[in-house]
Design a binder for this molecule. Structure first.
Ligand SMILES: Nc1ncnc2c1ncn2[C@@H]1O[C@H](COP(=O)(O)OP(=O)(O)O)[C@@H](O)[C@H]1O
Ligand SMILES: [Mg+2]
Length: 252
């Protein structure tokens, strides 16, 4: 695993106060690195926290989030969350089963993650192959900020077609239970230790027929109501699945 004395990027590059910025994890704290000029040329972080031509600020965390960061390290990051792995030496037996934490650091991410936790619990109760989560969410004085889940593994784009029947079956089960995933692409399809396909990342999902909140809309989809069609188009667009094939399997 990574050396904690090295800074690790934990967000995409974004605009901040007229500059470009990205956040990094350094010694289990979060910092914002801001720079002027070309967004494609972020400053070198080799001598962090000394960075030429950049402004470095500490990103404040609640006590609960801070405690979680201290006992975990960066596994991945997404557009809407931090994905962290609990330290081995620190894991209780239940944490052993759920070592991966999806953690929010702002209110927008908190709302998405609290909703996602509820959807994952609901779909799992219906035996849909989505990520298994610890029954208690991670919470602090401001409410839910994350949840713990099982460790999963990437499938790899070159192999994904091998799994297409299983992927379609999962999507079918999600739809049968009235949920639209709304972000159905290969980065959100992993496999468990038994090699079974598992769907993650329900942060943008919702109940079919309900209005899509503005923060959950996809840049490439115009509809404003949750419809199964968006996931079917995702299958075609990201998995290269032909219309004929997707209709052959997808019954709803
Ligand atoms: N349980 C997990 N085990 C291993 N890797 C994971 C797990 N959950 C997420 N990841 C990795 O983190 C990435 C981002 O997680 P995701 O839930 O999709 O966050 P976001 O909502 O920010 O896109 C995933 O694409 C995957 O590579
Ligand atoms: Mg994702």
């Amino acid at each position: 695993m990574s050396n904690i004395s090295e800074p690790r990027q934990v967000t995409d590059i974004y605009k901040f106060e007229g500059m470009y910025a990205m956040n990094v994890d350094f010694q289990r704290q979060e910092y914002r690195v801001c720079w002027d000029g070309d967004w494609r040329k972020p400053p070198r972080l080799g001598a962090f926290p000394r960075v030429d031509g950049a402004i470095i600020t500490l990103v404040p965390h609640s006590h609960g989030v801070e405690q979680l960061w201290i006992r975990s390290q960066v596994l991945h990051y997404g557009a809407d969350s931090h994905i962290r792995l609990l330290d081995h030496s620190d894991k209780s037996q239940s944490e052993e089963q759920f070592p991966v934490c999806k953690v929010a650091v702002d209110n927008r991410q908190r709302q998405l993650i609290e909703f996602e936790f509820a959807i994952l619990r609901y779909l799992r109760s219906k035996a849909v192959p989505v990520a298994r989560v610890h029954p208690d969410p991670l919470a602090d004085e401001n409410g839910v900020f994350g949840f713990q889940m099982e460790k999963l593994f990437g499938i790899g784009l070159d192999c994904i077609r091998k799994y297409q029947t299983d992927i379609i079956k999962c999507l079918n089960q999600i739809h049968t239970n009235g949920i639209v995933h709304n972000d159905f692409h290969p980065g959100n399809i992993l496999k468990n230790h038994k090699g079974e396909v598992v769907v993650i990342d329900f942060g943008r999902s919702g109940y079919v027929g309900s209005k899509i909140p503005p923060g959950k809309r996809l840049p490439w989809w115009q509809g404003d109501v949750y419809s199964f069609e968006v996931d079917k188009v995702g299958l075609e667009r990201f998995f290269g699945m032909s219309k004929r094939l997707r209709w052959q399997f997808l019954s709803v």
